[in-house]
Design a protein around this ligand. Structure first.
Ligand code: SF4
Length: 493
């Protein structure tokens, strides 16, 4: 059975990094790890191909070759997932859809022959067996969450790593916290499941053998969900890196209570983590309590951020407006916090009630849901009735974006971050880094609209922060992505 694995194109969101990728000459930020992981679960004798439509468009010849098409995606990919499925179906091909999207979008059953809901480890072999026997069911749903010891090594032969900005591995699934708006805990559960250090090391070996050097994204939703286990893993990562003369740096997502654990921070520094994304959400304690984000309460958020940054990790963070307890001055408070904290890459979104979350259920009970969530929290369509006047909320949100991504404010934030940033290691530099540097000078310094601010920043970074100059340029390029995307959002009606 010729099997075509398809990954949908990212819409233009913060996480797509679409406007920054051309600087490095890359086509996508990360490879489609889910599809690479399910490929080895399919029968070995099935020929497989993968088309990541972020890398190249799907051709008719691809579909002509295939007997079976498998599409995976997230909620934010919904229009593209539907488009790919419909295109394959129009040619009479058998279609399967899976990935996190199937846990929240019921209507996919109208577009695919078979829907896989939940984690793939046990479902894919059963589906493949049924397909071979001609008795496959419309829906495959996991009865329980599998242990990650069953997760195979991703099949990297299906991609060309050169097209990606970073490689991706997964260490854990699930998160112990209870944030009301979060769909992760609904899909992956609150008991973190982890791979063994040996499994992770095998994935690193594989990346290294495929000649990857540079950044590796550990895609976990909360890397430190099980601190005891992660402390068993980190020495293995540090040791692996050291023995090969530090070919990789890591970045990941973690909860803010990382700042409470100096031992863990030290271990991450030793393993060469240089960036961590965290959900800060809001500086308003009442809104954090409302969102059940208790791990962020009863602390100074600012000090927590600074402590993590002091271990050589750039903090990248998510912020939300639209909570019931948000005061009228929330927009100014968010801007002040973001500027003061030196978080260059601040991802601010409108609160979204994602289907299947505690928030969605509460708002539904209160009669406040107006439409299904679309998964893109930069979309200005609210899917619930907020307590604040909706127009005021959207306008306030736009004013945050306008202020924090105004070039002077952005560069000021990067400089504030660099003031106390001590890079733990020299990152591996490749040709793409040098090309990115030259393109930054060309595009931002010679042709951009904010040339003055760029050069002011450039000179200050080159003279005062020489030790972190490459981080400064990377952040200037990332800033270009955020500024371009922000302009698009602000131009929307
Ligand atoms: S910490 Fe992050 S992953 Fe965990 S429940 Fe909260 S939002 Fe979800």
């Amino acid at each position: 059975m010729n099997t075509l694995l398809l990954y949908p194109e990212w819409p233009d969101t913060y996480w797509s990094f679409k406007h920054a990728l051309p600087f490095e000459g890359k086509r996508s930020a990360y490879p489609p790890l889910g599809l690479l992981t399910i490929a080895p679960l399919l029968p070995r004798h099935w020929p497989k191909r993968l088309v990541d439509t972020n890398i190249r468009p799907l051709k008719d010849a691809d579909l002509q070759w295939a007997d079976l098409v498998m599409v995976s995606g997230m909620l934010v990919h919904k229009p593209e997932v539907v488009r790919l499925l419909d295109r394959a179906r129009a040619r009479g091909l058998t279609t399967v859809v899976g990935g996190p999207i199937t846990s929240s979008v019921a209507e996919l059953a109208e577009h695919a022959d078979h829907v896989v809901i939940g984690e793939a480890e046990e479902l894919i072999p059963a589906l493949a067996d049924d397909l071979e026997r001609g008795r496959a069911k419309p829906v495959y749903q996991a009865a329980e969450k599998p242990g990650l010891d069953k997760t195979p090594l991703p099949d990297l032969s299906l991609i060309d790593p050169r097209y990606y900005s970073a490689m991706a591995i997964q260490y854990s699934r699930g998160c112990p916290f209870t944030c009301e708006f979060c769909d992760i805990i609904e899909i992956y559960g609150r008991r973190p499941r982890t791979k063994s250090p040996a499994q992770v090391v095998a994935e690193l070996d594989q990346l290294y053998e495929r000649k990857w050097r540079g950044s590796v994204f550990i895609v976990d939703d909360n890397f430190i969900g099980n601190k005891k286990k992660v402390k068993e893993l980190l020495p293995a990562l540090a040791d692996w890196n050291q023995r090969r003369r530090n070919p990789f740096t890591f970045f990941t997502e973690a909860s803010l209570n990382l700042s409470d654990d100096p031992e863990l921070l030290e271990m991450m520094k030793a393993a060469r983590f240089n960036r961590v994304f965290m959900g800060i959400e809001t500086p308003v304690e009442a809104s954090l309590k409302e969102a059940h984000k208790l791990q962020n309460t009863r602390r100074s958020l600012m000090e927590s951020v600074k402590r993590i940054q002091s271990y050589g990790m750039e903090v990248m963070a998510g912020f939300i407006v639209g909570f019931d307890n948000d005061p009228e001055d929330i927009f100014d408070r968010q801007v002040e916090f973001i500027q003061e904290s030196g978080i260059p890459l601040a991802m601010v979104g409108l609160l979204l009630a994602l289907p299947g979350t505690q928030l969605y259920r509460r708002l539904m009970k209160e009669g406040r849901i107006v439409e299904e969530g679309h998964g893109n929290n930069m979309d200005l369509r609210l899917n619930f009735i907020p307590k604040m006047n909706p127009q005021r909320l959207v306008e306030g949100y736009r004013s945050i974006l306008a202020r924090i991504y105004q070039p002077e404010a952005y560069y000021e934030r990067v400089l504030r971050f660099l003031e106390q940033f001590k890079p733990v290691c020299h990152t591996h530099r490749s040709w793409s880094d040098y090309k990115a540097f030259l393109r930054s000078i060309w595009k931002q310094g010679l042709r951009g609209d904010s040339r003055r601010s760029y050069w002011k920043f450039f000179l200050e970074a080159a003279t005062r922060y020489r030790h972190a100059f490459d981080t400064a340029i990377t952040l200037a390029i990332m800033g270009y992505h955020f500024q371009t995307l922000t302009r698009t959002v602000l131009e929307e009606q």
